[in-house]
Design a protein around this ligand. Sequence first.
Ligand code: HEM
Ligand SMILES: *[C@@H]1O[C@H](CO)[C@@H](O)[C@H](O)[C@H]1NC(C)=O
Length: 166
Amino acid sequence: MSDFIMMLKLDFLPLSWLLGTWESDEPGEGTFPTIKPFRYTEKLHFSHVGQPVINFTFNAFHAESNKPLHRECGFIRIEPGTNKVAFIIAQNSGLVEIEEGELTGNQLKLQSQSLGRISFAKEPHVQQIGRVLQLRPDGKLEQTVSMATDNQPLTQHLYITYSRSS
Ligand code: HEM
Ligand SMILES: *[C@@H]1O[C@H](CO)[C@@H](O)[C@H](O)[C@H]1NC(C)=O
């Protein structure tokens, strides 16, 4: 079967704009009421193996030293015939999460539905996550992440834009 016909059979077609590699063009901005603001770079990969599922990795680095920092990987599914999207995510911090939401045009808006963590995860613990991923009209990908912790209400933690690098 040709790749093209294969794609047509895949339920993630509405998300095919994500596929490939993305790199932050300018450093992302990290903020939260309880921490010192920071800058980071990040590389995203989205691919598939012919199943109606996207697998992804997000790797963040210190903006100056290039030291690896935050890492996430997981899977993306769409409920067939709908715009309902689910992210299944594991993070190197010891957090696992399911985020669900909707795809509207080229914007994906997600909210955590369930969070789990290792028994010795650092405190404060994350209690809620909100994420928006959108393909902008200028061709850049933009991601914002908000979180609530044990002691802070839902507040923005990350803002970053990426350019496609393959
Ligand atoms: C969904 C993804 C993420 C979650 C749930 C998350 C969660 C957290 C939490 C709970 C804190 C501690 C806040 C506090 O002390 O009150 C934190 C701090 C921090 N995060 Fe994130 N984070 C995420 C992504 C990232 C990414 C991509 C970076 C990029 C480098 C990053 C860098 C940092 C830094 C530098 C701090 C402050 C120092 C520290 O506590 O380690 N985070 N994050
Ligand atoms: C997705 O899975 C395939 C097969 O295991 C792997 O070759 C590919 O690198 C993965 N992609 C990402 C972005 O993790």
